[in-house]
Design a binder for this molecule. Sequence first.
Ligand SMILES: *Cc1c(COP(=O)(O)O)cnc(C)c1O
Length: 223
Amino acid sequence: MITEEIHRITAQLPEGVRLVAVSKYHPSEAIREAYAAGQRVFGESHAQELQRKHTELVDLEVEWHFIGHLQTNKVKYIAPYVSLIHAADSHRLLTEINRQALRAGRTIRCLLQLHVAEEETKFGFTPDEALAYIDSGEWQQLTAIELAGAMAMATNTDDTSRIREDFRRARCFFEQARLRLSNPAFNELSMGMSDDWHIAIDEGATLIRIGTQIFGHRQYATF
Ligand SMILES: *Cc1c(COP(=O)(O)O)cnc(C)c1O
């Protein structure tokens, strides 16, 4: 089933859109199965779980993405190997990622997490805050960070017009930020999950993050 889902989804991706297979709460064997089907990019949202899987799967050439909320004291667990951090939600977090990237002798690509959904959350920049952050130039002192784009989650609703509206606001920020930065490395827009990825692609996503549709329901008791 994992193999079929990977093939079914990737066959539908337009050029320029990549699949992040969200393997959180699923065992390393499930990742091996997806890898055997050709999938290379995997997303995790708990630092210690990612660290364990990175060790268990060190024989594979996985491109690891961290997609969830990242606490500053956990950055050290993933900095040596993570390829992309999707949810950079504050200058404070970016500063710590920069510090750990320097220690590991690498540059870490990060996406600014946008808050565009209806739900209240303490995480993420509103599009206006994210533009102000870009204009502030504060991030420029973080030499081991590369701002690589933006990430967003839509409102958790069946109302597809609301979901589309959220993704449009993220896309609008992304285009404005690209004009201001004129940096070709700022090129990823991460949005869309199992229930809304078709809409996200319509609205300009370059990375979609799919878990349940590939791996089934998460086994929360396992970890
Ligand atoms: C878990 C998670 C996903 C995947 O969600 P599914 O509905 O299982 O596809 C995507 N993005 C983030 C940030 C997540 O935490």
